[in-house]
Design a protein around this ligand. Structure first.
Ligand SMILES: [Zn+2]
Length: 151
């Protein structure tokens, strides 16, 4: 196998292509194998595993970050574009909305997990985390009292 790969690499002059072809799924991916091999095959994980714990914690943190950055933005007299100013100025209600966003996201992840879409399950959290974080950073990056003429 190794000899074949080496000769292919020499023949094609580009070692990258045959390298990907020879990467067949191997049992090396899952070290420290459990006792029953059936579980290893399906690769089902607990919903509240470490990865999801961290992802959900990240979403909560990003949401909190967004919450405070939006309040910070409002104090400087700028406009919150996604929600109405009335809601944002009602801090308790706004906090509930942020928390609800986190809950909905976890619920969506759970549904994906339940139906076996574990990749989508993770991506829901990752995308949500990215959106919340970038939104918060954008809030902080908006400068105070610069009347913008452009779009
Ligand atoms: Zn899952």
């Amino acid at each position: 196998m190794l000899v074949l790969a080496t000769s292919l690499g020499a023949g094609k002059a580009c070692a990258q292509a045959p390298a990907t072809e020879t990467q067949t799924p191997s049992p090396v991916v899952a070290p420290a194998v459990g006792k029953n091999q059936a579980q290893e095959h399906v690769q089902v994980h607990r919903f509240w595993d470490k990865k999801n714990d961290w992802l959900f914690a990240g979403i909560g943190a990003a949401r909190t970050f967004d919450y405070f950055s939006t309040l910070n933005l409002r104090r400087r007299g700028d406009q919150e574009v996604l929600l109405s100013n009335a809601i944002v100025d009602n801090h308790a209600e706004f906090a509930v909305i942020e928390a609800a966003g986190t809950g909905v996201s976890i619920g969506a992840s759970y549904l994906f997990h339940h139906y076996g879409h574990h990749k989508l399950e993770r991506w829901t959290s990752i995308v949500h985390f990215g959106l919340a974080t970038s939104g918060a950073v954008r809030n902080y990056c908006l400068k105070t009292a610069h009347p913008r003429t452009g779009p």
